[in-house]
Ligand binder design. Structure first.
Ligand code: 5GP
Ligand code: MG
Length: 183
């Protein structure tokens, strides 16, 4: 799905498919450099991070393992609940390994600060975060993602894995959802 297919639902396109791919390639180059020769496990946070994981992992030139976690965050609304629950845990044993959490957006940062300490308690060699987007509020949480695609304003965005009531995940671009859709 392209932004033109849902033009009426969007206030604006923030990042096009091409811009997203270009930024992910830059992030991948940094990650390749930082993790050269290391045992790397990418941990994707379902379901929003599926697109980022697919494209970021393929932009990397080294061997890695992909694993997934599902945690509860938003329910079906547009505000963070603050409640984090594991719905699906890792299959991989991460003890002694370098973990890079892959996510599409950090909003309050509640989910990822909780996940970082949870994974950190399993004896990994390191735990870092790569996120495509970060909202300003995240800066008030004690988490510092090592890789950030872009900082964005505090607006509700959809596309490239980001949903509103499970829709728009398959939108190739990232756009600001029109408030008329959720009001
Ligand atoms: P946090 O715990 O950082 O507040 O929330 C992270 C999760 O909230 C994200 O993984 C995503 O599922 C959801 N989220 C936060 N902001 C947005 C947004 O602007 N659009 C969409 N679609 N989801 C968001
Ligand atoms: Mg997410």
């Amino acid at each position: 799905m392209h932004a033109s297919d849902v033009a009426d639902d969007l206030v604006e396109v923030l990042f096009t498919e091409a811009q997203i791919q270009a930024r992910l390639a830059e992030m991948a180059a940094e990650i390749d450099r930082d993790y050269e020769g290391k045992d790397l496990v990418l941990v994707g946070v379902l379901r929003g991070a599926v697109m980022v994981m697919a494209d970021l992992s393929r932009a990397l030139t080294q061997h890695l393992e992909m694993d997934w976690m599902a945690v509860s965050s938003y329910g079906s609304g547009t505000k963070s609940s603050g409640v984090v629950r594991i719905l699906k845990d890792l299959d991989a044993d991460i003890a002694g390994r370098h973990v890079l959490i892959v996510d599409e957006i950090i909003d309050t940062g509640l989910t990822l600060s909780w996940l970082t300490s949870n994974l950190g308690s399993r004896g990994p060699a390191s735990v870092e975060i790569a996120t495509l987007l970060r909202k300003p509020e995240a800066l008030q949480m004690p988490i510092t993602p090592k890789y950030v695609g872009w900082d964005i304003p505090n607006e509700f965005v959809v596309g490239y894995g980001l949903d509103y009531r499970e829709r728009y995940r398959n939108l190739r671009d990232i756009g600001t959802l029109s408030p008329k859709i959720y009001s």
